[in-house]
Design a protein around this ligand. Structure first.
Ligand SMILES: Cc1cc2nc3c(=O)[nH]c(=O)nc-3n(C[C@H](O)[C@H](O)[C@H](O)COP(=O)(O)OP(=O)(O)OC[C@H]3O[C@@H](n4cnc5c(N)ncnc54)[C@H](O)[C@@H]3O)c2cc1C
Length: 428
């Protein structure tokens, strides 16, 4: 097991791009979003001095809990899905977490109604094919290509793309297999799908497990996390910075890839053109406060919605059910959509769920829209990231952010922790 873990750690693609020069003790980070804050936190623990430049007048980037007259509204991450490193960090920050309410049902919108994702027909389709041989794992292989022989086109569309879309904001056709399953990257051909699933399970077991699992947030919402990191490191963070970007030794850019591309264009054009290849999905995250609850979402975590039906949303979260303490008096739902939703469209979305809902049932709508919400984990991103690892070897510039080593907060925590542990400051 230990060997397996070491092999995984030395070959995994989930690394921060760049290196540190021991001749200069200070690390300069551009961007105080979650990636910049967490990188700063671990580098300081590893003995480095850090200065962060942030252009806005607050730290946290996409993570912010807006306080509306009717309750909280998350602009970005609604929760952190705990892994070992994530929980360790939260303990280190002395943050008290609130776990998502247990036993909430997760639903899919299938055949024009909200239903359970577990169907006998699904099992009957998959079981006989588990011992069949999957496609070879090539550089261009998509997640859909890999799973289609096992699941068939319809199940890939209705189930797999919908579930992955809830994390990656795009379907299985656009997702690069090796990026989504980095733990199997050294295998070119699995004997069977069963063999593949066994590898995933073996990898999971080799990871240290957190004593608390599942989604977690904080009383007061996700701002609590970034506010705590800011509070700890505020002497090293320059908010509302108008400092012109200039790469000194040990410079890490922790913005989105497109912004990073513009920043480095004059200094490292080759890096700039690779960064341009990382593209983004725009998203709306709309919190709707209702006077009464949506009947079919009672005791539900939420519902994921396959593309190509009457909804403009790809998922709806039932905030009150998930974190009741943060939503004691309100029925609050978050609609995630690829569209920029108008108030009329939001009402229609609610009516698709329950047709007797009217404008009068809506207390308040908080509409948050991100032009570059989620980086697309497609083959172009993967090729660009590989080339960026090579290019930065001869350059002072390092890169981190949710397009580098995983979209989710827990992946960013693990990447920053590993990087700092492998690059401790050795000087005096
Ligand atoms: C709607 C939505 C829901 C999500 N839900 C979840 C979830 O439930 N769980 C989860 O784990 N993840 C979730 N995520 C993902 C997660 O929120 C993001 O991956 C993460 O917050 C991104 O952090 P970042 O530091 O990479 O980027 P950002 O948050 O974009 O931070 C970049 C920072 O750089 C700054 N900056 C930009 N240009 C400059 C410049 N020139 N100079 C200085 N500073 C600059 C910006 O102001 C910003 O502060 C969600 C994302 C979205 C959009």
């Amino acid at each position: 097991m230990e060997n397996f873990r070491n092999t995984y750690l030395t070959t995994n693609m989930k690394n921060i791009i760049g290196s540190l020069d021991q001749r200069e003790r200070t690390v300069y980070i551009w961007g105080a979003g979650f990636s910049g804050l967490v990188l700063c936190h671990y580098l300081k623990k590893a003995g480095w001095k850090v200065t962060i430049y942030e252009k806005e007048n607050r730290a946290g980037g996409k993570i912010q809990t807006l306080k509306t007259p009717f309750g909280p509204s998350e602009t970005g991450a609604n929760a952190i899905f705990l892994n070992y490193d994530g929980l360790e960090l939260l303990k280190d920050l002395k943050l008290e977490i609130i776990s998502a309410a247990p036993k909430l049902k997760r639903k899919l919108f299938l055949d024009n109604k909200i239903s359970s994702p577990f169907k006998l027909s699904l099992l009957l389709r998959v079981l006989p094919r588990l011992l069949s041989k999957p496609p070879r794992i090539t550089e261009g292989l998509s997640v859909a290509d890999f799973f289609k022989p096992l699941l068939g086109q319809r199940i890939v569309h209705d189930y797999l793309s919908t579930v992955l879309g809830g994390v990656y904001a795009t379907g299985a056709e656009n997702l690069h297999f090796k990026s989504i399953f980095p733990e199997v990257q050294n295998t070119i051909q699995f004997k069977s799908y069963w063999d593949f699933f066994k590898t995933l399970i073996r990898h999971k077991k080799a990871q240290p497990q957190p004593e608390i699992k599942g989604s977690a947030s904080f009383e007061g919402g996700m701002s609590v996390l970034v506010d705590r990191l800011y509070e700890l490191h505020k002497d090293d963070i320059r908010l509302s910075s108008h400092e012109e970007f200039y790469p000194k030794k040990n410079t890490f850019i922790c913005t989105d890839a497109q912004t990073a591309s513009v920043m480095v264009a004059n200094y490292a054009p080759a890096i700039a053109s690779e960064l341009k290849l990382v593209t983004y999905q725009h998203l709306s995250s709309v919190t709707v406060f209702l006077k009464r609850q949506i009947r079919d979402l009672h005791q539900c975590f939420g519902v994921l919605i396959p593309r190509g039906n009457k909804f403009l949303s790809s998922g709806i979260l039932n905030n009150k059910a998930i974190f009741p303490i943060n939503n004691p008096n309100v029925y609050a739902y978050t609609f995630i959509s690829h569209e920029k939703l108008t108030p009329e469209e939001i009402l229609k979305e609610i009516q698709h769920l329950q047709d007797d809902m009217t404008q009068d049932d809506i207390e308040f709508i908080q509409n948050n829209y991100w032009d570059r919400a989620i980086p697309l984990y497609n083959v172009n991103r993967s090729l660009a990231i590989n080339r960026l690892h090579e290019l930065t070897q001869t350059n002072k510039i390092g890169l981190f952010g949710n397009y580098v080593a995983g979209i989710s907060l827990r992946e960013m925590i693990s990447a920053a922790k590993n990087f700092a542990q492998n690059n401790k400051f050795q000087g005096v």
